[in-house]
Unconditional design. Structure first.
Lengths: 448, 458
């Protein structure tokens, strides 16, 4: 990808993960329509007006958490779907979509695999785009020639992560947090497991996981309900029935704290530190997420940013967040600082966490956080692209369908006591797993 | 735009085209502030951006990075709103904010629920003229910017490669310097430099306010006049307009640093829409970028990634809306079995094909279909629409150029592309850079006795 860093430089990094949502005015909150096709395929749909386009996303419980010992098989399966399917080879798939300006993408996370389509709703174009989409999800070929090429590209990508101290640090952090749990390994796998994969392994994985029972279809755009129903029938038509995957096991609780440094020839040391955090329908969800908004989730005005950057100038980016996943996702603090100050910056961040766990937020902080979350909620839903992300998460994580409508009330109801109780119960600063990758000198044995 | 996206060019399309398209309302206050408003009533939100006509390409040797440093200091307080308060006010109003600096502009923005627009305008008007430059704040922010450079450039092999590439490809153009500044320049920048830069460039007659969202132009202009109307204009220095001297032959460089994979960058000196004599040429280059790399069926993906399997990845970038003469960039990482030599030869061969054979009608139609579709997709983002208007206005093209885009792309013929390629995509205009990876030592993970995790507190 051509992302040239000389190009722009910003006041602060925008994290890819925004965990907060709330609702400010009822009119802005869309109603999510929900049904199953006659054959049992689940559908979530939000009609929008004003632009002749449709976003469609099929989500499967087929992410890297379903890799088994074949680390990387889920990501490679998702990545190869458009490299030949049914009667269409890779070139034909690309040509047919590009010719109508449709955009197809696919990929995997730890929890899920997805195939997404963005297309115009002009009838001949919509028809063409849906035909290709349906073929790609249900009839991928996994031909050896295509498979070897894509596998080699994945292997190069894995190799390239080894030149990035941030990537190395994050991989080590997940391993430290999850041990033998299926969230532990990188989504794209590791060299040793990806090298062993065969095309027939992907075909088997696809057959087992890309089924009606293991999928959810989400649509946002300018089509009518009857049109949406017909589209759903079409895209589910050739997927086998299948069943939902069994629930993932919970990760093992962490024992004591641990700090691991890895030498890397970089100017900065990249630090991740954290514990197991939230699962999707966690009873402490709102207390923890609102609390973390104050602690490390609200950019320049968060406590960690204030202490590490605004007061000390020790980092450009410093944050903490909860990543809610099907089972407990990570809670992590992250920062990067020049090698000589990375230890000090980390100590400040951890001390800030400790104080927050001990004393909770002030009334003023809680009030400001609620105003930000609730007052800014419309910004989470102001485009089809954002909407489909929100609705897909609701569908896949099994959240109630009125999630969007009730969000701000739940945020409003959070008290200081809720936050303090939840942080005390869930975040133990004495059990942090801390990974440091860079030119930092390891601490003398025995600590400070 | 100084933003290069892969697939390039085609990621950066405009909005106002036909009569049914969103209309832009334009006015100028007496003090010179340009105001552009575009209504978008799909959601009850508003995007507000203030664009200053100053960026890294305004800077001189020794003070590179001063525009970006100033951007950081713009959050450090005025008499009315002390350091940190700006961000807290935006947050308390449910807003999101940030700012960015490029070669051609410095931009500040907020995204808010529609009724909160006055909050944004009040704060932006205040810091347009009244920033207080405090040494203690600067000392910290200076360190933050040095950390930013380490994060974004020094520890990123591809960013380092790009930085060295620009410094060789350009001879006298200010685009040869990195936006964030050279390390010693950043280190040596004083608060006085930053303050003088602010006094020189930050004035209503050097700025454009762009507002897109669920608003009425009348209301926006009334509120903007109330907030910005009292600000005094400045006597502005003339913008730097020196064009790059003619390149007289291919340039090559090698960047050797610890990395895992080799990488190749190639750039041909080309005009932007702003600098070109005949605009047709610039639009032809834009379509050429799409022919090479606009989607999975484009030539690079089809022939080099899939067909010959020479490249693991490719990219093409052309900044149609650059203020000065720019580069038509091609990049790639060789596939596992390939060398950088092999990749360079294959990429050059694709460029040669552009110079020697007309593109097919089918390829041309594909690019145009993508332009048409992207045009609709981009209306999904109010922020993107505001970016387009602000960029075109700030580089001196005028926002109306954005509205011409689709029609002008549709007029491009195979002959136009052939002519532009013959004229510009030639070896005498080319710079080639290679990233030559040095071995990375495999650092062993070393567990520490509990310390940072807080074990000593137990």
């Amino acid at each position: 990808m051509f992302a040239s860093p000389r190009v722009k430089t910003m006041r602060f990094l925008i994290l890819g993960i925004f965990l907060l949502a709330g609702v400010s005015s009822a009119e802005a909150v869309p109603e999510i329509q929900n049904w199953s096709t006659p054959s049992g395929g689940r559908v979530l749909f939000v009609p929008t007006e004003g632009l002749p386009m449709l976003d469609l996303r099929m989500v499967f419980d087929a992410g890297s958490a379903r890799d088994g010992r074949e680390f990387g098989i889920g990501a490679l399966t998702a990545g190869m779907l458009d490299s030949g399917a049914g009667a269409l080879d890779a070139d034909t798939i690309a040509e047919r979509l590009d010719a109508i300006g449709a955009i197809l993408s696919s990929g995997a996370t730890r929890d899920s695999a997805h195939v997404a389509l963005r297309t115009l709703t002009d009838p001949p174009k919509l028809k063409e785009a849906l035909e290709v989409f349906e073929t790609v999800i249900s009839q991928p070929r996994f031909e050896t020639k295509d498979f070897e090429r894509e596998k080699n590209r994945v292997l190069l990508g894995i190799q390239q992560k080894g030149e990035d101290p941030g990537e190395i640090s994050e991989m080590a952090f997940m391993k430290a947090l999850y041990g033998e749990h299926p969230y532990a390994h990188p989504v794209e796998g590791v060299k040793e497991t990806v090298e062993k994969l065969k095309a027939s392994d992907l075909a088997r994985f696809h057959k087992e996981a890309y089924t009606r029972g293991n999928a959810i279809l989400v649509m946002v755009g300018q089509v009518t309900r009857p049109e949406a129903e017909a589209i759903a029938v079409q895209v589910y038509a050739r997927l086998p029935e299948g069943a939902p995957k069994p629930a993932l096991e919970d990760p093992a609780p962490l024992s004591g704290s641990e700090t691991v440094t890895t030498a890397f020839p970089s100017e900065q040391t990249h630090v991740y530190s954290g514990v197991l955090g939230l699962k999707a329908n966690d009873p402490d969800y709102f207390a923890l997420v609102v609390g973390n908004h104050i602690l490390g989730g609200s950019g320049l005005v968060s406590r960690i940013m204030e202490e590490v950057r605004e007061k000390k100038g020790l980092a450009y980016s410093a944050f903490s967040y909860f990543l809610p996943m099907r089972v407990q996702g990570p809670y992590q603090i992250g920062l990067q600082s020049k090698n000589a100050s990375a230890r000090e910056a980390t100590e400040i961040a951890v001390r800030t966490l400790r104080e927050f766990v001990d004393k909770g937020p002030t009334d003023k902080e809680l009030d400001a956080a609620k105003k930000n979350i609730i007052g800014g909620y419309v910004l989470r839903l102001d485009s089809n692209a954002k909407l489909i992300g929100e609705v897909a998460a609701i569908g896949f994580l099994g959240r109630p369908l009125d999630w969007l409508n009730r969000y701000t009330a739940k945020v409003e109801a959070v008290t200081r006591d809720d936050i303090q109780r939840a942080f005390k119960a869930r975040i133990d600063p004495d059990r942090l797993k801390t990974i440091m990758v860079g030119g930092i000198k390891p601490a003398a044995n025995g600590g400070q | 735009m100084r933003v290069l996206c892969l697939g390039a060019a085609l990621m950066a399309l405009p909005m106002a085209v036909a009569a049914s398209e969103p209309k832009v309302f334009e006015t100028r206050l007496d003090n010179g502030l340009k105001i552009l408003v575009q209504e978008d009533h799909r959601a009850p939100v508003v995007v507000s951006q203030v664009w200053y006509k100053v960026g890294a390409s305004s800077e001189y040797a020794g003070v590179t990075g001063v525009s970006h440093m100033l951007e950081h200091m713009m959050f450090k307080g005025t008499a009315r709103h002390p350091a940190g308060e700006f961000s807290r006010i935006v947050a308390a109003n449910g807003g999101r904010e940030n700012a960015f600096t490029s070669q051609d502009y410095t931009t500040y923005f907020q995204m808010l629920e529609r009724s909160k627009l006055p909050v944004s305008l009040e704060l932006e008007a205040d810091r347009m003229r009244n920033v207080r430059f405090i040494e203690a704040e600067y000392a910290k922010e200076h360190q933050v910017v040095l950390e930013e450079r380490r994060l974004r450039t020094d520890d990123q092999p591809h960013a380092k490669l790009q930085e060295h590439f620009d410094a060789v490809a350009y001879t006298n153009s200010p685009y040869r310097n990195p936006v964030i500044g050279w390390p010693d320049d950043i280190t040596n920048l004083s608060l006085d430099h930053v303050k003088k830069w602010y006094q020189l460039w930050y004035a209503p007659n050097n700025a454009t306010l762009v507002v897109v969202g669920d608003v009425r132009p009348d209301d926006v202009v009334r509120e903007a006049r109330k907030q910005f109307g009292g600000l005094k204009p400045s006597v502005l220095p003339p913008p730097r307009v020196e064009q790059e001297v003619e390149q007289l032959g291919i340039r090559r460089l090698t960047v050797r640093l610890p990395a895992k994979l080799p990488h190749l960058l190639m750039g041909f000196k080309v005009p932007s829409l702003k600098t070109v004599q005949d605009e047709k040429e610039a639009y032809a280059l834009e379509v050429a970028a799409g022919i090479l790399d606009g989607g999975n069926s484009a030539r690079f993906s089809k022939n080099l990634v899939r067909g010959q399997q020479i490249a693991a990845s490719t990219g093409v970038g052309y900044e149609l809306y650059a203020r000065l003469q720019t580069l038509f960039m091609i990049e790639g990482t060789p596939s596992q079995a390939q060398t950088v030599d092999g990749l360079e030869a294959a990429l050059m061969n694709q460029v040669k094909r552009l110079r020697e054979e007309p593109v097919t009608e089918e390829e041309l139609q594909r690019v145009k279909a993508q332009v048409l579709a992207n045009h609709v997709y981009q209306l999904d983002s109010a922020f993107f629409q505001a970016m387009q208007l602000g960029t075109a206005e700030t580089v001196g093209l005028g926002w109306k150029k954005i509205g011409e885009y689709e029609a002008r792309i549709n007029e491009v013929t195979a002959a136009d592309i052939l002519a532009a390629a013959k004229k510009y995509l030639i070896e005498d205009r080319l710079t080639v850079a290679r990233l030559d990876p040095l071995p990375l030592p495999e650092g062993a993970a070393a567990p520490e006795a509990p310390a940072i995790g807080g074990g000593h507190v137990r």
